[in-house]
Write a protein of this length. Structure first.
Length: 115
């Protein structure tokens, strides 16, 4: 288990939303761009890694209660998506790294906490 603030710092993620707390626990992750799969499989303490950037990511993040959404490959959503996420209390993060790389780093980070 690791706090969200520690994950954001360790992975060097850019915070896109404002007014969202960083005190949630992170225990795992899901890497997927198919929203139906994320809806079916994401857990509340997961970080969701995706390249989707439309309004629906906010709705899916809210329904699944994921700890946060990491947008990979330098993807940044339009301001209206960021504003909606902030209003809904959804943490949107960005990285220039690929989904593969950020997933590997998240896995290594969370695995080191278990030792």
């Amino acid at each position: 288990m690791m706090l969200l603030t520690d994950v954001v710092t360790a992975l060097g993620l850019q915070v896109l939303t404002s007014g969202v707390g960083f005190d949630r626990e992170v225990r795992g992750g899901i890497v997927c761009d198919l929203l139906s799969i994320v809806l079916a499989k994401a857990q509340p303490q997961d970080m969701w890694i995706t390249i989707q950037r439309h309004q629906n990511i906010v709705a899916v993040a809210k329904v699944t209660s994921v700890a946060g959404v990491i947008l990979a490959d330098g993807i940044v959503p339009e301001q209206d998506v960021i504003d909606r996420a902030s209003e809904e209390g959804i943490l949107l993060l960005a990285t220039k790294e690929s989904s593969f790389v950020v997933c590997g780093k998240l896995f290594a980070l969370l695995s080191s906490e278990e030792e």
